[in-house]
Design a protein. Structure first.
Length: 474
């Protein structure tokens, strides 16, 4: 994601939308869909820049999506937090006033709204510059699909909760709406949400270029990688594998030789590596795009971060060390926590004072494809090939002997848990695998389908949307 400094116009666009009183009830005629924004192709281009700026929100890819899902799972823990909403996540006792859930809902739908405004206006300029319109359409469909997916993962029970995924998902927004139309949108089923998300991402992939550079914010591979995630989450392993094949065969990506450099890299538009598929670019120390993750994970001498690794992550750390790997010391650290306290483990992936935030990288694609092959009875040689790229980069010996699928799946998942720890993967993997965990804070057991592992629909939305149905337990 080649993010650059945002113009004052684009920033004003975001601020205008954020002033609306109800997350799904936007009043377009006030200022946002002004003549400046929608009556020229240049205006629409700036608006798309504003939409990508919205994705940098602290509630979105600025870190909230990653940090909050990790806190709800079992690898990351913290001591009691003064912040009311974060402490609710820590204890998994959230309510409908939780600011973290409300922020994700609000900022996610703001991004969708901006994308929909552009998509609605684009046909008016198709003949003027077809290639530019194609790019803007692809970028907006990507934003709309990705944001619906992120909202779905945190506000609805996962795929497999009901037969045919007939349980409630989130509100599908395909138009900006007006004051009198398109408001009070009901929640669609999870099956309907996935179908729309996949339609958007598939269409985006067909429109986007192979690489993101210059004024192109997102590549074809990023749309495909998100699409792969949706199928994988749905247990549609054949479809996920087919999309992963496209990414691998594109030749655009590769795992780095000896380090996961883009996770702890310096900032800037040129800081991406061949492993980067999609990332949030931090352009200067003044950028707040990385503040959440650095604020919660960054380790300073004599000042441990708010978040640290739990006792349930410790076996992964020790196993990696015992096997001759190096992730345990390059991506994590052991340090005393508190005066005379026990040795705790900390994440080093976000230790730079300001840095790019990687959302999706090639190692995930390889691990996903390896499990998809194992789940569908694919080639053992291909499974070993994908798995060994990650193992060898991590300093582990290749495994060319394991051949039975159950054992391969166990090893793939173990490598995934270690490789992607603190990158926003663990909670969704618990749900996909339909397992459970004991909370590091209270040792309470939470099943994959616990209602305490999804956000409440924000109270304001429930009160003002006559068709809104709250999640059970809230």
């Amino acid at each position: 994601m080649n993010k650059k400094l945002i113009s004052m116009f684009a920033l004003a666009v975001v601020l205008t939308v954020s002033s609306c009183k109800k997350f799904l009830e936007i009043t377009p005629q006030e200022t946002f869909t002004s003549v400046i924004a929608t009556s020229s192709l240049d205006g629409l281009t700036k608006t798309v820049t504003g939409a990508f700026n919205q994705l940098q929100s602290s509630n979105l890819y600025g870190g909230g999506i990653i940090a909050n899902s990790e806190l709800l799972a079992d690898f990351v823990t913290t001591n009691p937090i003064a912040d009311y909403s974060l402490n609710q996540l820590r204890t998994r006792q959230m309510d409908a006033n939780n600011a973290e859930g409300g922020g994700l809902w609000a900022d996610g739908y703001r991004a969708i709204y901006i994308a929909n405004v552009v998509l609605q206006a684009l046909p008016n300029f198709q003949s003027q510059n077809p290639s530019q319109c194609q790019l803007l359409k692809g970028e907006c469909l990507f934003i709309r699909g990705a944001m619906h997916f992120e909202l779905l993962r945190m506000f609805a029970q996962p795929s497999g909760f009901t037969q045919g995924d007939s349980h409630l998902g989130v509100c599908i927004q395909l138009t900006p709406g007006t004051v009198n139309q398109g408001q009070s949108v009901p929640r669609s089923t999870v099956a309907q949400c996935y179908a729309q998300i996949q339609t958007d991402l598939d269409s985006a992939a067909a429109l986007l270029p192979a690489t993101a550079s210059g004024n192109v914010f997102v590549s074809q591979g990023a749309a495909q990688a998100f699409l792969m995630r949706t199928y994988f989450t749905q247990h549609n392993y054949a479809a996920a594998k087919a999309i992963a094949d496209l990414i691998v065969n594109s030749g655009q990506y590769q795992v780095l030789g000896t380090t996961v450099g883009e996770i702890d890299s310096v900032s800037g538009v040129n800081a991406s590596t061949p492993e980067t598929i999609f990332q949030d670019i931090s352009t200067s120390p003044l950028s707040v795009a990385n503040g959440v993750l650095i604020g919660r994970f960054r380790y300073l001498p004599l000042s441990p971060p708010v978040y640290y690794m739990s006792q349930y992550f410790a076996p992964y750390y020790k196993a990696d060390s015992a096997a001759g790997g190096y992730r345990w010391k390059t991506l994590f650290r052991a340090a005393p926590y508190g005066q005379g306290g026990p040795r705790e483990y900390f994440c080093k992936k976000y230790d730079q004072p300001y840095m790019n935030i990687t959302v999706l990288r090639y190692a995930e694609v390889l691990l996903t494809r390896a499990e998809c092959l194992a789940q569908t009875g694919g080639s053992v040689t291909e499974i070993q090939g994908d798995l060994n790229q990650v193992r060898e980069r991590a300093g582990l010996l290749p495994d060319n002997t394991t051949s039975d699928y159950p054992t391969l799946i166990t090893e793939i998942r173990a490598q995934r848990d270690m490789e992607l720890a603190c990158e926003g993967d663990r909670l969704y993997e618990i749900k996909r695998r339909q397992t459970g965990f004991y909370s590091p804070e209270s040792n309470t057991y939470y099943a994959w389908n616990s209602p305490q592992l999804i956000y409440a629909i924000p109270l304001q939305e429930v009160l003002e949307n006559k068709n809104m149905v709250q999640n059970p337990g809230y």
